[in-house]
Design a protein around this ligand. Structure first.
Ligand SMILES: C[S@@+](CC[C@H](N)C(=O)[O-])C[C@H]1O[C@@H](n2cnc3c(N)ncnc32)[C@H](O)[C@@H]1O
Length: 214
């Protein structure tokens, strides 16, 4: 089993297909990192593209892989029963089939993840950006390995906050990444904006000024 369409997904097939296209553009200048993988639908889509690009290293995948009630419902409705509290890393690895060998899984809180100071990142996918307590430490950890002019950054939750009224607590809470992007606008250009769907795909063009805070 090697295709993303067979894996329960929280994203439309069209977005997963785009992630395959994006990964297929890998140029060999850095690794691929995915934060927030769930059962591996995006991971598989990325692997499909990376195989065609000749990717010769591991894709580093971060998640807590601990199912909650909402995830059980979504997975069950897509034909993969999981239980509340289950460690789903094994499910992801099984669903990935042949692609599992490309994956280096890191189980735990994304905001406590670590990244090598010397391994550049060419494609960074974040599907867990809604909360400041997760987003900021994650960015601090991984953005230092982004390559100016090269790295593609995918914020898969980007437009979620826009479902809420401006000024509401939810709008404020879920827009941390958008406010951070605004504060560092000179460091990014838009590759593709899927509005009103969630993903925003960016090119990291210029080093971040870490002195600027949100
Ligand atoms: C929206 S899902 C990913 C969906 C996936 N891209 C797909 O296509 O189906 C987000 C994932 O991020 C994980 N996650 C969210 N916040 C996290 C955190 N702080 N630490 C670790 N994992 C987290 C959840 O466990 C979940 O598996």
């Amino acid at each position: 089993m090697t295709h993303a369409t067979k894996i329960p997904s929280m994203l439309p097939d069209s977005i997963q297909a785009y992630m395959t296209e994006l990964a297929a553009k890998w140029t060999g200048q850095g690794s691929v990192v995915e934060c927030g993988a769930w059962l591996g639908a995006t991971t598989a889509a990325l692997c499909d593209g990376l195989v065609s690009a000749g990717y010769d290293r591991k894709i580093h995948v971060y998640d807590r892989w601990e199912a909650n009630g909402a995830e059980c419902g979504k997975a069950g409705r897509q034909g993969v029963p999981i239980e509340d509290g289950q460690n789903t890393l094994g499910v992801l690895m099984e669903l990935l089939g042949d692609h599992a060998r490309m994956v280096s899984p890191h189980r735990g809180r994304i905001e406590r993840a670590q990244w090598s100071a010397v391994e550049p990142i060419e494609l960074f996918v974040l599907d867990a950006c809604k909360y400041e307590a997760v987003f900021m430490p994650t960015i601090m950890t991984f953005a230092k390995a982004w390559i100016p002019g090269v790295t593609t950054v995918a914020f898969m939750d980007h437009h979620f906050y826009q479902r809420y009224d401006v000024g509401s607590a939810e709008h404020d809470r879920y827009s941390i990444h958008a406010r951070w992007l605004e504060a560092h606008a000179e460091s990014f250009s838009v590759v593709r904006d899927f509005a009103p769907d969630e993903p925003m795909i960016l090119r990291y063009v210029k080093p971040i000024d870490w002195g600027v805070t949100v």
